[in-house]
Design a protein around this ligand. Structure first.
Ligand SMILES: Cc1cc2nc3c(=O)[nH]c(=O)nc-3n(C[C@H](O)[C@H](O)[C@H](O)COP(=O)(O)OP(=O)(O)OC[C@H]3O[C@@H](n4cnc5c(N)ncnc54)[C@H](O)[C@@H]3O)c2cc1C
Length: 474
């Protein structure tokens, strides 16, 4: 009997397993594939995900495997640098091969005590009042108290649950890859300027060390059922640009569509959905993996509290209440970005207008905060603007704030130095620090780093500790 079975050991499943293990939850991750993914697609980790990694002490392990790029140019690839003061110590993009981040997260989960079984596909399940019986493809049955489907866009768990996945089917397909070129950069820049006036869903951008990121429409090339080959890229480049720029030595190549869908519910009884199993959208802006990892971060501590019998009654349902609107917003921004990449004159005019508007700092900042997920504010009721937002990594007298969050516990940061976490000290840490750079007296942070309470009154604090962390210990 496990506490939680997770279907799928992609980035979402691995992150969730690690978060649950911080609270000693017995976790089994079932992964259909016998071997880790072999493709080498580079994904971008955005600011909020980097912050989460820092909050769990993982960032130092991840950074050497990636390449840091300045933040900016994210929204529909409009080339505007980010505002200088982005209010984060991690205001950059980390490009990293997806299999590497998956391996690091899986290793982290295993080090914390999660069990991962590869070559085990979840084929069926049945839930009752006490738990879930999970059936594998070979007929083996396993039992757990909860099941979480982190099994990707074609999620078996979501389908078996009968949860609707409304949205739009894929209309356009695109080829994306990274490869070397055989011509000088100046030649590429000149051609690009000329061509991008007409063909927006096309780019050829340097990614460092002579490698270029290449995006071309997929229409009319290759067999959709087969992975793309270098010749497909060459053919499309010749059609668009009259030259294939001598592309060669591909690092990875991929074909993707623009299907956009969102699960109607994230929870049915003892079964939950997270990551691509709950939402799919085009990769423009590089948000999918980030969104899934952040789902896991939101869900982990809540599900752990539920399992340990300490969760306030409605806590687990705040997962859907908080994360569903975030996914809705990401889907919408990818719809908008997709339109802005259209070659039609109308969308191109809107793109030109938006490019002008992004010269206004507020507009640029709004779009960057959206894509990087640092602008998220959960609805915790009325209160100062900081309530419901994440707190960035401020200096505190013991060092950096995020260094105090590695164990996935709550934290009261008390500038008045006279409050207490009392009977919640088994799950909430306390830091008295009158010097902390905050313009409010005290903040209560949830394990995911979001501000759950602001104030200076002990009774009010106790009410909020109960709201988020359940009954105090005797
Ligand atoms: C071209 C391209 C570029 C992208 N670039 C970015 C980017 O820059 N930034 C970004 O954030 N995102 C990017 N994404 C999106 C990102 O790859 C996905 O959002 C991310 O992989 C989702 O993670 P996940 O763990 O939810 O699902 P997945 O990665 O799909 O993992 C699901 C896992 O579940 C397993 N599984 C499936 N069925 C079962 C079953 N029945 N039982 C057990 N296991 C099962 C699968 O084998 C898989 O390992 C990109 C996507 C594409 C196509």
């Amino acid at each position: 009997m496990f506490d939680v079975i997770i279907a799928g050991c992609g980035p979402t499943g691995a992150m969730l397993a690690a978060e649950l293990r911080l609270h000693n939850v017995r976790v089994l991750v079932l992964e259909k594939e016998t071997e880790p993914k072999s493709f080498v697609r580079i994904v971008g980790l955005h600011i909020r995900s980097l912050e989460l990694m820092a909050m769990r002490g993982l960032l130092d392990r991840i950074l050497p495997h990636g390449r840091q790029r300045p933040a900016g140019g994210f929204f529909a690839a409009i080339p505007k640098p980010a505002p200088k003061d982005l209010n984060s110590s991690y205001a950059y993009l980390l490009g990293i091969p997806q299999p590497v981040i998956e391996r690091l997260l899986e290793e982290h989960a295993i080090e914390l005590g999660a069990q991962v079984r590869r070559g085990c596909a979840v084929a069926d399940f049945e839930q009752d009042d006490e738990g879930v019986t999970v059936e594998l493809a070979d007929g083996e049955q396993l039992r757990s108290r909860y099941l979480v489907g982190c099994d990707g866009g074609r999620s078996t768990v979501r389908k078996l649950l009968g949860v609707g996945f409304p949205g739009e089917p894929s209309r356009t397909e695109t080829l994306m890859g990274e490869m070397e070129v055989g011509v000088p950069q100046e030649e590429i820049t000149a051609k690009m300027t000329e061509i991008r006036e007409i063909h927006k869903p096309f780019w050829l951008r340097p990614f460092g060390e002579g490698v270029y990121s290449v995006v071309v429409p997929a229409a009319g090339v290759g067999d959709r059922a087969e992975p793309p080959i270098l010749e497909d890229f060459k053919q499309q480049l010749r059609t668009i640009a009259g030259t294939d720029f001598g592309v060669h030595s591909p690092r990875w190549m991929s074909r993707f569509g623009d299907a956009t869908r969102l699960a109607e519910r994230y929870r049915v009884g003892r079964v939950l959905l997270a990551g691509d199993a709950a939402h799919i959208h085009p990769p423009i802006g590089g948000q999918g993996l980030n969104l899934g990892v952040q789902d896991a971060f939101n869900l982990g501590w809540k599900l752990a509290a539920q399992i340990r019998g300490r969760a306030p009654e409605t806590l687990l349902d705040t997962y859907q209440a908080e994360r569903h609107p975030v996914a809705e917003d990401v889907l919408d921004n990818t719809r908008a970005q997709t339109e802005l990449l259209s070659a039609e004159p109308g969308p191109q005019a809107v793109r030109r207008l938006l490019t002008e508007l992004m010269d206004f700092d507020e507009v640029n900042r709004h779009l960057i905060e959206k894509i990087t997920a640092i602008g998220i504010r959960y609805d915790f009721g009325e209160g100062p603007d900081l309530l419901g937002r994440r707190l960035h990594d401020i200096d505190v007298k013991q060092g950096r704030l995020y260094g105090l969050l590695h164990r996935g516990r709550g934290l009261l940061l008390d500038r008045t130095e006279r409050l207490t976490v009392g009977g919640w000290s088994d799950r909430v840490d306390y830091l008295a620090d009158a010097t902390a750079v905050l313009d409010v007296p005290c903040v209560l942070l949830r394990p995911d780093g979001h501000v759950a309470w602001i104030g200076d009154d002990q009774q009010d604090l106790d009410d909020h500790l109960s709201r988020w962390f359940g009954k105090p210990a005797n």
